[in-house]
Design a protein around this ligand. Structure first.
Ligand code: 9WN
Length: 406
């Protein structure tokens, strides 16, 4: 029943060659959403899953970046803010896009799509694009310590996480000369504040005005983003082997970023972001700090400490994972990335535990199914009551349930 309903959501959100995250709130193609959606679609329609990824990479820029939004020209201007008129840029294919990126979970998605239905021709087509995506990050975003930075909270995918409160505090909010659309679909207490939005647009405009090259106001190394980057290298190694290329450079890169993360982003049982502009670790209680469990080369003692933190601070064996530790003062069970549980974040931690601690992975999978059974395919959930929040019929909530329940 739940699986049939999940497919129904994905079918309703399909736009011919890709899937919108939500018909109401997010009516275009989003980068990391498409990776999660492809992982779910692989379970019932590998053809759609391949199309999802190839459509997204069809909007890749010449420098290798994969924009976080690919705009559908058929959607009226103003349906989503900030739309193409704000970003003012197009991909070489001519389609209008944003100019920032999101966590590179796509190589993992491509690999999982291949596992669902082996297709070396698909791998041969997507591999150079996935490599170019990583090369962009190395060329434009890598610090001397070997870590990748993001230049906007939207790039983390966890937009208003309390982890960004300190680095964002120095960003001058722009006088609100814009009209938000999100709060016409979802109640204001469940979304970022107007003040957050004034900072988001100020940062995005400043980056845009450098031709999407430089950001001097916000630059952080996020553990989830770096995990995705490292996991992408692991997946690229596997893909390379299938298509007859050398997997070694990918294995080396995965090992290098894993040890840079362990050296620079780990403290007191959790991974944290580092503010590149001040050189300081931003100690916070974001569940993003548990996602490095996905890195196969993470040293065993860090794995054990992270699991201890997951159990003590995030109640990992009780079901879906709150995006921020409930005992922390910033925790808010309904406001977006400041506490609610999300299916994708829980899924990433589940993947990190599946082999290492199947006894802890199982309750996470059950928790995800319990949440959508109780509340439907909502965007996020109160981690304690499982009340649903954000939009309805949210694509990755449906897609990843298909993956865990298959
Ligand atoms: C800005 C589409 C996206 C997700 C992000 C989530 C939210 C956008 C917004 O929706 O961000 O990119 O308008 O709030 O935070 O993770 O990819 O689902």
């Amino acid at each position: 029943m739940i699986l049939r309903d999940a497919v129904r959501v994905l079918v309703a959100n399909w736009d011919g060659s890709y899937t919108v995250p939500s018909r109401t709130l997010y009516p275009h193609q989003w980068s990391w959403d498409s990776a999660f959606i492809a992982i779910g679609n692989a379970r019932w329609s590998p053809r759609r899953a391949r199309s999802e990824l190839l459509t997204l990479f069809g909007a890749q820029w010449r420098d290798g970046r994969v924009p976080h939004i690919v705009f559908n020209p058929a959607v009226p201007e103003g349906a989503y803010f900030p739309g193409p008129e704000f970003w003012q840029v197009s991909a070489p294919s001519g389609v209008r896009t944003s100019g920032i990126v999101q966590p590179p979970v796509h190589a993992l998605a491509a690999w999982r799509v291949h596992l669902a239905e082996p297709d070396p021709a698909f791998l041969r087509r997507i591999y150079p694009r996935l490599v170019a995506q990583q090369e962009f990050l190395r060329a434009a975003r890598r610090s001397p310590e070997g870590l990748i930075s993001i230049v906007h909270p939207w790039e983390s995918g966890m937009d208003n996480s309390p982890a960004w409160d300190v680095p964002l505090a120095v960003v001058e909010p722009e006088p609100s000369a814009f009209v938000r659309r999100d709060t016409t679909h979802v109640s204001v207490e469940e979304r970022p504040t107007d003040r957050d939005y004034a900072r988001y647009t100020s940062l995005a405009r400043a980056y845009r005005d450098t031709g999407y090259r430089r950001s001097d106001a916000f630059r952080v190394e996020d553990p989830l983003f770096n995990t995705a980057y490292g996991v992408a290298e692991v997946a690229l190694g596997r893909i390379a082997r299938v298509i007859g290329l050398d997997p070694e450079p990918h294995a080396r890169e995965a090992a290098a970023v894993t040890s840079a993360m362990a050296e620079h982003l780990y403290d007191d049982g959790l991974f944290h972001a580092r503010d590149v502009l001040t050189g300081c670790l931003v100690r916070s209680n974001s569940a993003a700090g548990l996602t490095p469990l996905m890195l196969p080369g993470l040293p065993r003692e860090l794995v054990n400490e992270l699991i201890g933190t997951g159990l003590d601070r995030f109640g990992v064996k009780d079901g879906i994972v709150p995006s921020f530790a409930p005992a922390a003062p910033e925790f808010d069970p309904v406001r977006y990335w400041r506490g609610p549980a999300w299916i994708n974040l829980t899924w990433l931690i589940w993947r990190g535990l599946r082999r290492r601690r199947p006894d802890l992975a199982a309750p996470l999978a059950e928790g995800m199914v319990r949440a959508v059974t109780a509340a439907g395919f909502r965007e996020y959930f109160d981690p304690f009551t499982l009340e649903g929040h954000g939009c309805h019929d949210f694509s990755w909530s449906a897609a990843l349930i298909l993956d865990v329940a298959a």
